[in-house]
Design a protein around this ligand. Structure first.
Ligand SMILES: Cc1cc2nc3c(=O)[nH]c(=O)nc-3n(C[C@H](O)[C@H](O)[C@H](O)COP(=O)(O)OP(=O)(O)OC[C@H]3O[C@@H](n4cnc5c(N)ncnc54)[C@H](O)[C@@H]3O)c2cc1C
Length: 386
């Protein structure tokens, strides 16, 4: 049986060694400056961690989602934020599994060496939100090109990526039998697109997360940039979304352990009324409860990753892992900020920064309500509500 306390220790030691070069002060300054952790992501790339999921024949490490999730977990557990670079992990599977031989040969070696970054995925739109099959961005075939028109919102890391995986409708909704049909995914060369039909408008937000509105006005991309078969994009993007959910679960678990470590150390030392505040059960219990929940979420995360790595359906497990992990890290965050008292609000303690960062995962990449709805309808077979 997998011992979740010691699993993948060699991998953890390797990633911890890099993370140790980037202490709290580094991540705090990046957050204050609203900057991108360029040096950190470069170091991860240089040492091959960003190529974890690329098969060895293309210069990558040939690891599975489980190992990739451990990398993400350790970044967050060290006080960093994988949000700066997790796109490369969840997008990679989409390209590796559904890309053509030509695309794999052309791109994977460059992604493995760090010459190119594949950090962006463009799915969400302002007018359709979570109702993904209703997206309005279209891709129309014109000779050897597709012409893209429409709008996206909250598309992250566009300014720190070379490539983006874009979801667009290739057959109108009115002409397909099932609403999930007629959608396709494409590789977009971001820098070329910014010169010829794609406008990028940054969105300032609560977290230091580089995210943007995108406007497409007759953007032309080569037809060879289509990934897989035209019309099956929704099915392909689900591979990426399940990977994303499992990876973000691991990140939340990393956050959860970070909060628990910090608050446990703090309440053991901080004395009020002549004794450590951690001696009060009112302080102990929320911390213990959060720890129990993080550990339980961790089991579901490993299960989701194992199913994904075996090529088996893992939608339910990936969703449940993300739900449990995001909830438990948020509870750990609340206990951590609460028992730091006023100091929890001081930037130099890093608690408020991590608190903001982990809060995002109640909403993105899928909101808690939509996971509950998925489980109710797809796992429990209850009537569909939409
Ligand atoms: C910082 C950040 C980075 C992001 N990065 C990316 C990215 O790189 N690529 C990308 O494609 N997207 C990205 N997103 C978008 C993200 O995936 C969406 O915000 C998320 O899926 C929720 O969609 P929405 O914002 O449109 O909310 P909506 O769909 O408008 O929903 C709003 C709220 O209503 C509730 N709700 C909606 N429908 C139901 C229902 N049927 N039943 C019950 N409750 C419901 C939910 O609580 C939900 O949170 C990012 C978002 C943020 C904030």
């Amino acid at each position: 049986m997998l011992d979740i306390g010691t699993a993948y220790q060699d991998l953890r030691d390797g990633i911890r060694a890099i993370c140790a070069e980037f202490p709290d002060e580094y991540h705090r300054k990046i957050d204050e400056d609203r900057a991108y952790p360029e040096a950190f992501v470069d170091a991860l790339t240089r040492d091959g961690w960003m190529a974890a999921l690329i098969p060895e024949e293309y210069g990558g490490a040939g690891l599975g989602l489980t190992e990739a999730s451990v990398i993400m977990e350790e970044i967050n557990r060290s006080g960093g934020n994988s949000g700066a670079c997790h796109g490369q992990m969840y997008n990679m599977n989409t390209l590796v599994r559904h890309g053509s031989d030509e695309q794999r040969k052309r791109l994977l070696p460059k992604l493995a060496s760090g010459e190119l970054r594949l950090q962006s995925m463009g799915v969400t739109e302002p007018t359709t939100g979570t109702d993904t099959t209703k997206i309005k961005t279209t891709a129309t075939r014109k000779g050897d090109r597709y012409v893209i028109n429409g709008q996206k919102v909250w598309i992250s890391r566009v300014q720190h990526s070379d490539l983006m995986i874009l979801l667009a409708r290739t057959t109108p909704l009115s002409e397909v039998k099932k609403k999930s049909e007629g959608l396709s995914i494409f590789l977009v060369d971001i820098k070329a697109a910014m010169k010829s039909g794609m406008e990028v408008k940054p969105i300032r937000n609560m977290v230091n997360h580089e995210t943007n509105e995108l406007f497409f006005d007759n953007l032309e991309i080569p037809a060879e940039n289509l990934i897989g078969e035209e019309g099956l994009g929704f099915k392909y993007i689900l591979t990426g979304l399940n990977a994303e959910r499992a990876l973000i679960a691991a990140e939340c678990i990393g956050d959860g352990y970070w909060f628990i470590d910090r608050v446990t150390a703090y309440v053991g030392e901080r004395e009020v009324f002549g004794r450590p505040i951690g001696q009060n059960q009112g302080v102990q219990f929320p911390i213990a409860e959060a720890y129990i929940e993080v550990e339980a979420a961790n089991l579901m995360r490993y299960r989701a990753c194992a199913l994904f790595d075996q090529g088996q359906p893992c939608g339910a497990e990936a969703n449940m892992a993300k739900y449990l992990a995001a909830k438990s890290s948020w509870e750990a965050a609340n206990a951590c900020i609460q028992f730091h008292g006023g100091f929890g609000f001081a930037s130099e303690y890093d608690v408020e920064r991590k608190f903001r960062e982990t809060r995002l995962y109640q909403v993105a990449p899928i909101s808690t309500n939509l996971i509950l709805s998925y489980v109710a309808e797809h796992v429990l077979g209850l009537p569909r509500s939409f």
